[in-house]
Design a protein around this ligand. Structure first.
Ligand SMILES: [Fe+2]
Ligand SMILES: [Fe+2]
Length: 263
């Protein structure tokens, strides 16, 4: 069995939509048997305690260990946002910057959401430095994965304007230099998967990385165009990283694409 990691994003628990896809997640996990589940933020819709609890319950019911980082919608929409922005998230998940290891993977979560920004996100220099130390703790041969909420690459088209993580080029370079082989994010509710050479010229000795933005699980504004419902499965297959994209179609999770990247 190949080592694999299931990546979901933007659950937005608490919206009024019907959510048969939530129940179908359990079936998919049973079938794919990932070693780890990663959730890259916007677990809740308005940062409410019950929403965060519902999302955690769903994720933890799947079976494998779960690593979750917060997104902008996980901040409370109350004065607590400015005083204790992460109190509820930390109560449920202990930390906004978790680390998890599973066979084949070493995953480092980063909190890119900012209480004083509505949509935008950022990673501080200190967070990036620390990410390097945390990624260096990986076992030899393990795929080193960094997870944040805000995207670093864009989808082909999108109706609403959402900016990537602040100082995107610097963040990307810092994470790759810090050892990340795979960078996961969400926020735009559309899939975008690419290897570094596909979007920038780098020197021959520069490290490369695969960047994978997961589609959304929830769809808080059903009429908004340019959003997808889906998830990713990342597999390590010898010298390759295989990214499989599933979308929700006809009442089930359906494999739509498989991309293979040479490590
Ligand atoms: Fe979202
Ligand atoms: Fe978001």
């Amino acid at each position: 069995m190949r080592a694999s990691l299931l990546h979901v994003s933007d659950l937005h628990a608490g919206t009024h939509e019907e959510r048969p896809f939530d129940q179908a997640l359990a079936r998919l996990v049973e079938q794919l048997e990932p070693q780890l589940v990663v959730a890259s933020g916007d677990l809740a819709h308005r940062g409410r305690r019950q929403e965060l609890e519902r999302a955690a319950e769903l994720l933890r019911s799947l079976g494998p260990p779960v690593l979750a980082v917060p997104g902008n919608h996980d901040l409370p929409y109350t004065p607590a946002r400015l005083v204790r922005p992460w109190a509820e998230f930390e109560r449920i998940w202990e930390t906004t910057e978790p680390t998890a290891s599973a066979p084949g993977f070493h995953v480092v979560g980063l909190n890119s959401a900012r209480p004083f920004r509505h949509q935008g996100g950022a990673l501080s220099r200190a967070q990036l430095e620390r990410a390097g130390e945390r990624l260096a703790a990986a076992e030899e041969g393990a795929l080193r994965v960094a997870v944040l909420h805000h995207h670093l690459i864009g989808a082909p088209w999108r109706a609403a304007r959402k900016r990537p993580v602040s100082r995107r080029n610097r963040v990307l370079r810092a994470l790759v230099d810090a050892g990340a082989d795979l960078i996961l994010a969400g926020h735009i509710h559309q899939a975008a998967v690419s290897e570094r050479h596909e979007f920038e010229v780098v020197s021959d000795d520069a490290r490369t990385a695969v960047v994978a933005i997961a589609p959304g699980l929830g769809q808080p504004r059903p009429r908004r165009l340019g959003e997808a419902r889906g998830l990713h499965l990342h597999e390590v297959d010898g010298d390759a990283i295989v990214v499989r994209t599933f979308h929700w179609s006809r009442g089930d999770w359906t494999l739509g694409a498989e991309r293979r990247f040479v490590r």
